[in-house]
Design a protein around this ligand. Structure first.
Ligand SMILES: NC(=O)c1ccc[n+]([C@@H]2O[C@H](COP(=O)([O-])OP(=O)(O)OC[C@H]3O[C@@H](n4cnc5c(N)ncnc54)[C@H](O)[C@@H]3O)[C@@H](O)[C@H]2O)c1
Length: 386
């Protein structure tokens, strides 16, 4: 195969974004051959450009027109569509989150394991951002020494009531399986686990519908512990404005801070623990160097991740965000909410079946009547910032 034939399932906010750069030829060797959406008003503009159109994802998957699919539908359908595509012999890129909850994600991964010849990848485009790649390489290179603490405040995901009423599935237990953690902050949870691994202990505090008329969490704070003993605090909110996006990583060799488009590294001249053991003075910290680490934002991170997906299939290069790596973020999002609602500390791995059962009860007991109002997402591209 020299060119990948791609089918796009879902033509909502992100689906249309994917379609635009694909049709503009921003992903060489990947051709958008088919789209699926229930509304002909949405598919018609693509039909006029020679793209095959289908009224739902399963029809597209069975059509024989494509070698791969990009699934851009609401989260609960990711697994059904992903499994159908893998069983039809198609490579799959699935939008984040991998699934609405951990055990569902595991079902998809189980089927992927039966098809080692196929690629399953997740759309975790923050992994393409040079700032996070830089932090990752500093951590891997031991530049921070022993990691002591991570703090990530992610309260710049401001959303309005109009946003939440723009889709019947949004911010409902049934339609999403969670709130700010599973939708907006999922990108940050993915980066956190990509940088540091999955935490070993989680204690979450969540507020359901604190700032919006919704049933799921729109504010969350989690205390985390990692395998090496490092501690963490993660804060997410869609109700704060102006919000903060500050990632701080403190290690024995210094502190990295990413905030306001600046990555700074205050580097200890010597390991702080070693200094503490050997210095004769009582209060003096080790001398430091102040370093500024310049970076550019990636101009098209989604297209770049699709480029990697294409190259993985055509050339066998490794996936940057393989499907199995997508489990960590959905598990952590679920664990924080489960911990918050049960007021327990969770020793990871999360008991996915217990959360699935609680989620089913939340769905069963939901009595919200959602009023859907279209047209609130014209400024959607402004959501790709962090
Ligand atoms: N990676 C990112 O930057 C990013 C950004 C936004 C959304 N997302 C993810 O993408 C997914 C979709 O989000 P959105 O904001 O585009 O939602 P949306 O509601 O705007 O669009 C979803 C679309 O999927 C369609 N759809 C549902 N089931 C379908 C099926 N079986 N076949 C074909 N079409 C179907 C719906 O008609 C709708 O038009 C979510 O899982 C979300 O988390 C990712």
């Amino acid at each position: 195969m020299t060119t990948l034939r791609l089918g796009l399932i879902g033509l909502g906010n992100i689906g249309r974004h994917h379609a635009t750069y694909l049709l503009d030829g921003k992903v060489p060797r990947c051709e958008l051959r088919a789209v699926a959406a229930p509304s002909t008003a949405k598919t018609a503009p693509y039909a006029s450009r020679g793209v095959a159109t289908f009224s739902n994802g399963l029809e597209l998957i069975g059509s024989g027109t494509v070698d791969s699919v990009l699934i851009a539908t609401p989260h609960p359908s990711h697994v059904e569509l992903g499994i159908a595509a893998l069983n039809a012999g198609l490579h799959v890129m699935v939008e984040k989150p991998l699934a609405a909850h951990k055990t569902d994600a595991e079902r998809l991964l189980e089927v992927a394991r039966l098809h080692p010849e196929l690629c399953l990848a997740g759309m975790f485009q923050l992994r393409m951002e040079p700032r996070y790649a830089r932090i990752r390489s500093l951590l891997e290179g031991g530049e921070l020494g022993r990691l002591q603490r991570v703090t990530w405040i992610n309260t710049d995901w401001f959303r309005t009531e109009a946003y939440y009423s723009s889709g019947g599935w949004r911010a409902t237990w049934q339609g999403e399986g969670g709130g700010v953690l599973l939708n907006q902050c999922l990108h940050n949870l993915d980066v956190l686990c990509w940088l540091l691994g999955t935490p070993t202990k989680v204690r979450g505090f969540v507020h359901l519908g604190r700032w919006h008329d919704i049933e799921v969490e729109d504010e969350a704070t989690a205390f985390l512990e990692f395998g090496n003993g490092a501690t963490g605090v993660f804060v997410g909110s869609t109700g704060e404005s102006p919000g903060t996006n500050r990632l701080e990583l403190a290690g024995t060799r210094g502190r990295l801070v990413l905030e306001n488009q600046r990555l700074t590294f205050i580097r200890n001249e010597s390991d702080a623990n070693e200094w503490s053991r050997t210095t004769p003075t009582g209060f003096t910290p080790p001398p430091v160097w102040n370093c500024e680490l310049p970076f550019e934002n990636h101009p098209a991170p989604h297209a770049a991740l699709m480029q990697n997906f294409t190259a993985a299939i055509l050339d066998g290069v490794p996936l940057i965000a393989p499907g199995e790596a997508g489990l960590a973020s959905v598990e952590l999002a679920n664990a924080i909410v489960y911990s918050g609602l049960t007021e327990q500390t969770i020793a990871m791995p999360l008991n996915g079946a217990a959360w699935e059962q609680m989620l089913s009860e939340l769905i069963r007991n939901s009595n919200r009547k959602k009023v859907v109002r279209m047209g609130a997402t014209a400024d959607f591209a402004a959501s790709f910032r962090r």
